[in-house]
Design a protein around this ligand. Structure first.
Ligand code: ATR
Length: 280
């Protein structure tokens, strides 16, 4: 039977997910389709019933439904439950189970490029405390870092992230100013705010003046593919990790949940980069 997949969200007409999952199906020689379900808020329940009747094998969920989808599901994976958001749903014999692959996908993408970064003496600074930061913070707390500090414009929102952490993990909440002053302490900086995203490409969330050489600086924004933040990190001799990798690795994990198969990403990663550069 051909695979039936899809994406639910609003608006999603510029989503890269159909392209990515069609690449995956082609790469593995799997027949199938990935459909877009663009639904305004009032019709979410009707659309989900429709998806269930259509017997999709699974679907992705994006903004603004990552939380709203939860009451419609039969089970949640433990990470999705802790994070309180779902981006991947699988049909398990007519029962619908929700996962969140954003954080784990992010970690996988960083490990591929910087395996040396994952060690008990390493210190991480997370910038931002929104939906994306929540999943990433949860996944970071499963890794053996010495500490993971959080800086966000709104301190209260940063504190709310502590709900998802493992007990052994050390985290301080910092202001952006404190983060800038103490930047040389960190080995890994993870930028998850929307600052610097198209069209405001010159904006940068904090100054990188005090960056330590060789620090890995990561930005989850992929439009533009090389943000001002990352350009500055390169000028300061930091090592950079680009946002499109997370997009692809979270999709790889979703595809694995739906099919049990792991797609190699070598070719798709460079094709996606070319595609994004072509749009700039
Ligand atoms: P996402 O799901 O993409 O993470 P979000 O939940 O809206 O989106 O979170 C956006 C993040 O970008 C938040 O950390 C937000 O900071 P606040 O919690 O203080 O709102 C951050 N952000 C957005 N615009 C910002 C700006 N101009 N300066 C600093 N931080 C900003």
């Amino acid at each position: 039977m051909p695979l039936k997949l899809g994406l639910i969200g609003y608006p999603i007409n510029h989503s890269l997910s159909p392209w990515i999952h069609n690449e995956f199906m082609q790469r593995l020689g799997i027949e199938g389709e990935y459909l877009l379900y663009e639904v305004p808020e009032a019709n979410l329940g009707t659309m989900i019933n429709h998806i269930k009747e259509m017997k999709l094998n699974g679907f992705n969920v994006t903004v603004p439904y990552k939380q709203a989808i939860i009451p419609y599901l039969d089970f949640l994976d433990s990470d999705a439950e802790k994070i309180g958001a779902v981006n991947t749903v699988v049909n398990e014999n007519g029962k619908w189970k929700g996962y969140n692959t954003d954080g784990q996908g992010y970690i996988r993408s960083v490990k591929m490029s910087f395996p040396d970064l994952f060690g008990a003496s390493k210190k991480v600074l997370l910038l931002g405390a929104g939906g994306a930061a929540r999943g990433i913070y949860r996944a970071l707390t499963h890794e053996p870092f010495e500490r993971i500090d959080i800086a966000n414009r709104t301190g209260e929102r940063a504190r709310s992230l502590l709900d998802v952490k493992e007990d052994r993990v050390e985290t301080s909440i910092l202001s952006f100013q404190e983060a800038e002053q103490q930047l040389f302490n960190y080995d890994f900086i993870v930028q998850t705010t929307s600052v610097g995203m198209k069209p405001n490409v010159a904006d940068q969330v904090i100054s990188l003046e005090n960056l330590k050489e060789n620090t890995v600086v990561s930005d989850i924004i992929y439009q533009p593919i090389l943000t001002s933040f990352l350009k500055n990190a390169q000028r300061q001799n930091g090592r950079t990790h680009l946002g499109h990798a997370m997009l692809l690795y979270q999709a790889q994990l979703a595809f694995q949940i739906w099919t049990g198969k792991t797609v190699p990403l070598d070719r798709t990663l460079s094709k996606l980069e070319q595609r994004l550069r072509g749009n700039e």
